[in-house]
Every structure is written in structure tokens, then in C-alpha cells.
Design a protein around this ligand. Structure first.
Ligand SMILES: [Zn+2]
Length: 348
């Protein structure tokens, strides 16, 4: 049996498992309180690799592991970054935003997570298994863009991979907030997206939201579900789960959470009045899109005449749009453009 010592790692990720030699009967020794991410756990099971802690025989670490001690051997430059004045301010902002999320009932139990890209390959994030109302600056973790924990006394959130995919895709994304606000999540569990062209603030700060398909939270497959949307949307509904927003600051990313949840809530209230919604006209909505562009906020409708300015439900009075119809409309458009390009090439 080949035994591999991984006790130097606080967090075991899928890539750590992928790096292991492919030999039958491999076992790994893990630090007493190491965390194994869900995707790493999947990879271990898929390869039949046994795990144990030093001094034990063949037991595995808990689902999330317990609270780990401070990561030893932090690179001096990274430690300096993590303990800098700028980092301290970010940590305090994350704590304040955590309390806002909890006060507004956007996080439940230990749910939700917040991060900020503090360096080109360094992200400060919340730890796992803590209520967002109880965060303290000293609870924060530092990870690299692959999710490896670099510093911090507690294990990082298991959802960091989702945040990291957004940072990798969108250079201007500085902060990511993931939570479970009830009204937006209600949309996410019905596979519907709210219509556009109803309330100006929503048009400017959010506009079209996307909805990504369901995958097991914490896995790298789940993290990758948002990739197709995050360049053109700052908010994605996560099917049967919650939402994720990104912004230029932690505070702004939290604002987007508030805007989208309040919008979904307002639509639900309006639906109870039993009267069809009135809509902002396409011309007026174009004014709002121009403001949005000036603010540097993403939207799939920018410079895209093929993308309808207003997504209106087919039945008057409906408050939601079936995402499948939006997708099939887009697929049909892509097909039409492809056909035209191919026809034009064929004429030459
Ligand atoms: Zn979640």
C-alpha cells in the first residue's frame, strides 16, 4: 500500500486528489482537522482512496472537518497582504455585510459566504460553519484562485470554488456574495426568472438575471455552472439553491442581493393584487440601459440589438418568465445567425 502524507494541508481540494499518483491501494494521511471539499470527497470515492489521520487506522475526516488551527508556513508576502491595513478594512466590511445579510434574513444557519479579491491570486473569504451575523475580522481566511487555503485560523467556506470561477472569468469582479434570500430563491426553485422593464432601479443595477442549472453545492461542477453567465450578468439565480452576485466592492455586491430580492418580493406582492403589471416602454428602458452602461455594470443587452430590451411574460399579469423559453429563443437566434453566416460564405 502506498501512503501519502497530506497533513501539511488544511483544506483538501479536488486538484490535490487529482495530483496523487494513480496506484492501486493508495491511502492518504490527513491532518486531524483537515477539511475535505465535497468535490475532493467525490474524487477520493471515485478512485477508492482510503484516508486516515495520523495515529488512526482507516477513518475519514468529517464532512467539513472541524475548526482548523492557523495555517503554518504562510509565505511572508502573502501574510503581509493578509494582515495589511487594506485587508483589515476588507475583513471589517465583510463582517458588516454578513450582519446585513443575516438581519435581512438572506442567510440561514451557517449559510451564505462572502469574498473579496485582495491580490492577483489571493482572495479573502468567510470561513465555513459560522453564522454570518457572528463574523469577526479574525475569522477570515486567505485562499488562492485554486481554493487552496493560504492563511486564516478557520477552514474556508466550502463554496469558495463558486466565487473563484467568477474571479477567473471576470477581471473586474472584486467581490462575490452568495446567499439564500427567500424571494429570489423562490424564483430559483421554480426555474423562472423575473421579467425586465418593471422597476427602474432593478433595470440599472441588475436587469436580466440568468439561472444556472442545479449541481451539488461545494463541488467544482457546481462552481462551473455560472461560467456562461457571469461576464454579462452580475447576478445569477442558482437553481434549487439561492443566488450569487458580484461587484466592485463587498458592499455593492450585497446591494445587488438586496435589489434582486426586493424586486422578486415586489413582483409577488403585485401578483396578489390580481391586476396585470404595467411595463416601462422599450424606449424608456433603453434610457435606463444607457445609465447602466455609464456605471460600467454588465448586461447582455448592451450593444446587442438582437437581445430584446424587455422580456415580458406572454400572459398579461404573469410575473415570471420561463427560462427555458428565453434559452430556446437565444438558441434559435444563434442558429439563425449561424445559418446566415454559412449562407454568406457559401455565396463567395
Ligand atoms: Zn448556498
Amino acid at each position: 500500500m502506498k501512503t501519502i502524507d497530506l497533513t501539511s494541508l488544511q483544506v483538501i481540494t479536488e486538484s490535490d486528489i487529482a495530483d496523487l499518483p494513480r496506484e492501486a491501494g493508495t491511502e492518504v494521511v490527513l491532518a486531524e482537522r483537515a477539511i475535505i471539499t465535497p468535490s475532493a470527497r467525490e474524487a477520493l470515492a471515485a478512485r477508492g482512496i482510503a484516508t486516515r489521520t495520523p495515529g488512526s487506522s482507516g477513518s475519514t475526516a468529517g464532512a467539513y472537518g472541524a475548526v482548523a488551527g492557523a495555517v503554518s508556513g504562510v509565505e511572508p508576502a502573502r501574510l503581509a497582504l493578509f494582515t495589511s491595513q487594506e485587508a483589515q478594512k476588507i475583513k471589517e466590511e465583510i463582517c458588516a455585510v454578513g450582519r446585513k445579510l443575516w438581519m435581512r434574513q438572506y442567510v440561514d444557519g451557517n449559510g451564505g459566504n462572502i469574498s473579496y479579491r485582495v491580490g492577483p491570486n489571493e482572495v479573502i473569504c468567510t470561513p465555513t460553519l459560522i453564522s454570518k451575523s457572528d463574523l469577526k475580522p479574525e475569522d477570515m481566511c486567505l485562499v488562492d484562485l485554486e481554493g487552496r487555503q493560504l492563511a486564516g485560523g478557520r477552514p474556508r467556506t466550502s463554496e469558495i470554488l463558486l466565487h473563484l470561477e467568477i474571479y477567473k472569468e471576470v477581471p473586474e469582479a472584486k467581490s462575490v456574495v452568495h446567499c439564500h434570500p427567500p424571494h429570489a430563491t423562490a424564483y430559483a426553485i421554480t426555474g423562472k426568472v423575473p421579467p425586465t422593464c418593471v422597476i427602474p432601479e432593478y433595470e440599472v443595477f441588475i436587469g436580466k438575471v440568468a439561472i444556472s442549472p442545479y449541481e451539488t453545492p461545494g463541488s467544482s461542477t457546481f462552481a462551473r455552472t455560472v461560467i456562461p453567465y457571469v461576464k454579462t450578468h452580475n447576478t445569477v439565480l442558482l437553481a434549487n439553491h439561492g443566488i450569487v452576485c458580484w461587484g466592485d466592492t463587498v458592499t455593492h455586491a450585497e446591494w445587488y442581493v438586496e435589489v434582486v430580492d426586493t424586486y422578486c418580493w415586489t413582483l409577488m406582492l403585485a401578483a396578489q393584487l390580481g391586476t396585470p403589471l404595467s411595463h416601462i416602454s422599450e424606449t424608456k428602458a433603453a434610457d435606463l440601459l444607457a445609465i447602466k452602461k455609464q456605471l460600467g455594470l454588465p448586461d447582455p443587452r448592451h450593444d446587442n440589438p438582437e437581445c430584446a430590451v424587455c422580456d415580458l411574460p406572454e400572459k398579461p399579469g404573469e410575473i415570471a418568465i420561463d427560462q427555458k423559453s428565453v434559452v430556446s429563443e437565444r438558441d434559435a437566434l444563434i442558429q439563425k445567425i449561424t445559418d446566415e453566416v454559412m449562407a454568406a460564405l457559401g455565396k463567395k
